[in-house]
Ligand binder design. Structure first.
Ligand SMILES: Nc1ncnc2c1ncn2[C@@H]1O[C@H](COP(=O)(O)OP(=O)(O)OP(=O)(O)O)[C@@H](O)[C@H]1O
Ligand SMILES: [Mg+2]
Length: 457
């Protein structure tokens, strides 16, 4: 817990001294001074949380000091200390932003309570402000790591969508490409950001419940409906509804959703009244919806309604420029979370990250980094810290995948590449040198020569 710092400004030495003793005993850091000029300097240098400010001071008086303090800092709590009977000045001080005033001579216990209450309410307010300002920031477009052209183009679109009031957005992309992240960015960057963002995973809610979750129900609509309940569309009024895994929405509910999309109206389950709402509907899927339409598991008319604005998130293997910036961001995040201090990725690990195909996309990369940071105490992320399946050559062999090596932006030592491949061949064959040599189309002697060169023998 942060120790509060209190500044006592009073020209009477004895009062300064007794307040200092008393407040220190209560666990505060205490600064004292006898003039307004000194007070202003201390405010600048020491940033106290609270000032006990005498109104009658030699030179600059307390009211002047209060005004000047307010100019530099709107947050500091100022409690004025007044001689009895000058109510007018006290009122003026309150108008100028003093938190409270107490009369001299004061009772130390009362003063203690006033100070404690002021600091508590101040802390609470600061906490709320902080939550308010970090929640949207956490989901802002700027928090999305992006170095590739293809993701930049998507983010440009996201900015345009957020700035407009385009009603319906469909985000498509493989699992783990960041669809939910984009949906939240659209909401929190838009004029709707003060209203709710409500998400539902259509694949995770049973068909019988999904309709009442979305549309709500009237009392007695079905056995368990003991009370009336609002659905997500109503709860999100003015905000955004995120329909995740829309490809898994049952056909019966697709028909009802179509009506919401067309007219922004719906009925609660068991209801007879049309309810209209103002919501932006963002949906996402990793399914091929056109194929689903062919299979008759998805309605064509719904698809065309949903994809008024289509966003396609490319898989990570098609935007490899994002891999290292993402890895570095995750390293920083997990360092903080687990109190580690990894500050570098070895050249060999970097090359593996760049050339791996990431079937689980960004989520897989995030998990790989998290695991490495939890399990290892090294300050450098090494190749050995990556999961086994990433280390075997299988799955990325040139024959099966096409040779998709990528030169890191800062270049690389070709010897590191050779060493890496030798090591991978050995890993994949559990150290069997002749098999490993064959994998690299080398004779055993040539292979052993290289092992020696790289001190792998
Ligand atoms: N460009 C990015 N910058 C930072 N973090 C990202 C980025 N893309 C994805 N992530 C992170 O990767 C993880 C997966 O992203 P998200 O949940 O948005 O993917 P998804 O496409 O919804 O996946 P699924 O289809 O599996 O639901 C999240 O932790 C997300 O914060
Ligand atoms: Mg998702």
């Amino acid at each position: 817990m942060h120790r509060h710092k209190i500044l006592v400004v009073d020209d009477e030495h004895l009062i300064r001294w007794s307040l200092e003793q008393n407040l220190k005993k209560q666990g505060y850091d205490v600064l004292v001074c006898g003039s307004g000029e000194d007070a202003l300097r201390l405010v600048q240098d020491e940033a106290p949380d609270l000032i006990l400010l005498d109104i009658q001071l030699p030179g600059m008086n307390g009211i002047d000091v209060l005004e000047r303090v307010r100019d530099v800092d709107a947050e500091i709590i100022v409690i004025m200390v007044t001689a009895l009977g000058v109510l007018e000045t006290a009122v003026r001080a309150m108008r100028l932003g003093a938190y409270d005033y107490i009369n001299k001579p004061f009772n130390l216990d009362e003063l203690a309570i006033v100070i404690k209450k002021a600091l508590e309410s101040h802390d609470l307010k600061r906490e709320v402000d902080q939550l308010r300002s970090t929640q949207p920031k956490k989901f802002s477009i700027d928090s999305i790591v992006c170095a590739s052209d293809s993701l930049s183009r998507v983010l440009d679109m996201v900015r345009k969508i957020a700035g407009s009031d385009a009603g319906t957005v469909l985000i498509q992309g493989e699992s783990g490409t960041g669809k939910e992240l984009i949906a939240k960015a659209i909401h929190y960057e838009s004029a709707r950001c003060d209203r709710p963002f409500v998400a539902i995973n259509c694949a995770a809610v049973p068909e019988t419940l999904l309709e009442s979750e979305l549309m709500g129900h009237e009392k007695g609509a079905f056995t368990d409906a003991r009370t009336q309940k609002k659905g997500l569309f109503e709860i999100a009024d003015g905000g955004t509804v995120f329909l995740d895994e829309i490809g898994d929405m049952p056909l019966s509910i697709q028909a009802k959703l179509l009506r919401v999309l067309e007219d922004r109206v719906f009925r609660r389950v068991g209801g007879t009244r049309d309810i209209s709402v103002d919501v932006r509907i963002v949906s996402a899927t990793n399914k091929d919806l056109l194929a689903a339409i062919d299979e008759k598991s998805f309605r064509g008319d719904l698809y065309y309604r949903l994809q008024v604005i289509p966003l396609l998130l490319p898989p990570l293997r098609e935007r490899r420029d994002d891999i290292l910036p993402l890895a570095k961001q995750f390293i920083a995040d997990f360092n903080r979370e687990f109190g580690k201090s990894v500050h570098e990725i070895s050249a060999r690990a970097e090359m593996r990250l760049l050339n791996y195909d990431w079937p689980g996309n960004v989520r897989e990369l995030r998990n790989v980094v998290e695991r490495a940071i939890i399990l290892e105490s090294d300050e450098v992320l090494q190749l050995e810290h990556l999961p086994r399946e990433m280390l075997s050559v299988a799955g990325t062999s040139p024959a099966s995948q096409g040779l998709n090596l990528v030169l890191p932006a800062d270049g690389i030592d070709i010897e590191d590449v050779e060493r890496e491949l030798i090591q991978q061949a050995l890993d994949a064959t559990h150290g069997n040198q002749s098999q490993a040599a064959r994998k690299l189309n080398l004779g055993v002697d040539a292979f052993r020569y290289r092992m020696k060169k790289f001190k792998l023998l």
